[in-house]
Design a protein around this ligand. Sequence first.
Ligand code: BGC
Length: 355
Amino acid sequence: MSVERIPFGLMPDGREVYKYIISNNNGCEAHILTLGATLNSFVTPDKNGEMRDVLLGFDTVDDYLKLSDYQGATVGPVANRIGGAAFDIGTKHYELVANEKDVTCLHSGGEFSFAVWSAIVVDSDAVEFGYVSPDGQEGFPGETKVKVVFSLKDDNKLTIKYEAVSDRDTFINLTNHAYFNLKGYGHGTILDHEIQIFAERYTPVDEMSIPYGRNDLVEGTPFDFRTPHLIGERIDEENEQLSFTGGYDHNYCVDGEMGELRECARVFCAESGIKMNVYTTLPGVQFYAGNFLNGTAGKKGVPMEKRSGFCLETQYYPDTPNKPDFPQCFFKAGEKYVSETVYEFPDCSEKSDAE
Ligand code: BGC
């Protein structure tokens, strides 16, 4: 196991952006940038032992700043959408940046995702990224100190541990926005991937992708992934929810107890043999099928076409600050937010299957 740091590029104001590469003894590599504490690549062997990079992303700082749809980025202080780009805390009303159709606040306007984070190597297999979000940034109350630790061990588990503390009462909901393609980046769509999501319920949304506040059963709908289905099998079915979002782009209420690290999803690609299991301590996971990707050129100039990557964004439910019945992500001044997400890539070599 080792960690290497290399220069990645310069911000427009001249600040350096670095890339950290954590490698394990199976040849897996996690590449993480100080820009947005962003997962830039994840390299893992396929069933034949060939290495594939399973993440969408860009090769330059400029491309991340100009073209990104949050590829691999850490998102915060509040991931996903906030309806009306506003919330109340007690008697105080907070207006946030309305960066989506001038109405909703999406991914906090990218505040955490496009900031330059500090980084320190904390172990032979772990890097800690840090950022201090100023009070009032994008409308969010409090100076918030954030730590995100990425580690990659020989069990092929990429673990992301988050911590945040604000000096004011506020909402905190952090995630990572990695787009995966288990055939490898640049190898077509993810419609042929099989996915299983461990959730009996999901949160249906309105035309602006804001949840109604209900948790509906997935049973009898194209959202039922309690048993594995190909992503492409039902994605274009006639269904009001799918039509509002142009395909899967919904929060699932992960079964089991929030706070406990439990499996929320499993993805398998027969062509490469690569499997990914996702675990979270959080109450929800956004399954986004990359419906809005539109061919923007990414790494090595390869276009990121519609549905060429999928995201499993572990999170509190969208618009939680305005939905009192959802599990709450409200933190008092000084109270610590903690969460953990694991992306596991089990050994998929045909040799290991035969044994
Ligand atoms: C949202 C999508 C959005 C994407 C990129 C996802 O979390 O659910 O609707 O297009 O982020 O911003």
